[in-house]
Design a protein around this ligand. Structure first.
Ligand SMILES: Nc1ncnc2c1ncn2[C@@H]1O[C@H](COP(=O)(O)OP(=O)(O)O)[C@@H](O)[C@H]1O
Ligand SMILES: [Mg+2]
Length: 339
């Protein structure tokens, strides 16, 4: 029997929090499903799990570490003071304290968050990425001539398709300038404009540090979207059930791929994971063109861990039932060597 662990699960606080704050009410809501699922799994495994939500006070964490002395921090933090740009800074704090924690280290988080930097690294190593340009706030540059329409314009660092709608897809210079301005002003964010890659939308989940496991590939299908329309996992496409039903959007295990192509995709994803210095677990978003060319879109270290999301479903199919998956992530966190 493996040793039972003391696990401190860290949540996002959306307003100032206190030690031993009760979140049982929140955890019954949809927004807190991941937190509830992870706590339930740790309990079912027989570990001693406590939680702490962080808003902006890292001293709470210091105090909790003293009184509870956990074996590992289970990191579900995605923001600091409601700023999703700061997740890597919290992880830097764990690293400075020399505390074992789950998931990805600060360097991997930082490289993956920037949709331009990650693509530059991968392109250098021969992995296909869309041509792109980053347009910083304060600059109103137009489209560089080498960048071909159609183009997709996104905030350079957001997650969960914030700032991505059908209007992100542009086919004229006027629309290009307008959408870049919109991202600058409404999202207070630099913009990235990428050539739109036509093809199937793939999600590949991986876990591990030195030795990597790739789980079965998922695909987002756009069943009712007409063939000539752009197919984009917009904010609505991800989170609005009505919208998903109307356009026949479904996340499912991929079908109809040649086994040798699947093996190639797995190898490429392992390379991506290592090149971006990811550790822990991640989901990589890709596009597969009609002539089977694989394009990197984005890497998500620490993807959503709810038991009904792509990462856990892929792991489940590979023979990791949810509690075992959570156990594996916690124990791997303890063993990870950090810089
Ligand atoms: N260059 C691109 N070509 C085609 N589709 C894209 C491209 N970039 C993004 N998308 C679509 O937009 C979605 C969200 O983009 P992504 O970069 O993954 O942002 P987020 O971090 O918000 O998930 C992708 O899942 C894909 O459907
Ligand atoms: Mg994505």
């Amino acid at each position: 029997m493996k040793k039972k662990l003391k696990v401190l699960v860290l949540f996002d606080g959306t307003s100032p929090t206190s030690l031993d704050q009760d979140f049982s009410k929140e955890m019954k809501t949809k927004d807190w499903k991941t937190e509830a699922d992870v706590m339930a799994a740790l309990g079912a495994l027989g570990h001693t799990a406590e939680h702490l939500a962080i808003f902006d006070d890292v001293d709470l964490l210091r105090q909790k570490l003293e009184t509870f002395a956990p074996d590992v921090l289970f990191n579900l933090v995605e923001q600091f003071r409601n700023n999703p740009g700061s997740d890597q800074n919290i992880v830097s704090f764990f690293e400075m304290q020399g505390r074992p924690f789950t998931g990805c280290g600060s360097t991997g988080l930082t490289l993956c968050k920037h949709k331009g930097i990650s693509k530059k690294i991968l392109h250098y190593h021969g992995i296909h990425v869309p041509h792109f340009v980053v347009v910083p706030r304060g600059q109103r540059i137009g489209r560089p001539k080498q960048l071909k329409f159609p183009i997709l314009i996104k905030p350079v660092k957001e997650e969960a398709s914030y700032g991505i709608s059908q209007a992100s897809f542009v086919e004229t210079d006027d629309d290009f300038r307008e959408r870049v301005g919109f991202i600058h002003e409404k999202y207070n964010s630099d913009a990235i404009a990428e050539e739109y890659i036509e093809g199937r939308e793939l999600y590949v989940s991986l876990m591990g540090n030195v030795k990597l496991t790739v789980f079965p590939i998922r695909e987002l299908v756009f069943r009712e979207v007409p063939p000539n329309e752009p197919k984009i996992a917009t904010y609505k496409a991800k989170w609005d059930e009505e919208y998903r039903k109307r356009w026949g959007l479904e996340n499912q295990f991929i079908e109809g791929l040649d086994p040798s192509l699947v093996a190639d995709i797995e190898q490429t994803c392992k390379r991506i994971y290592r090149l971006l210095t990811i550790d822990g677990y991640a989901r990589i978003d890709l596009r597969l063109t009609p002539d089977n060319k694989l394009f990197f879109i984005e890497a998500n270290p620490n993807p959503i861990l709810a038991d009904d999301e792509d990462f856990a479903l892929s792991a489940g199919k590979a023979g990791f039932p949810y509690p075992q998956l959570i156990d594996r992530i916690a124990r791997q966190g303890i063993k990870t060597l950090r810089d």
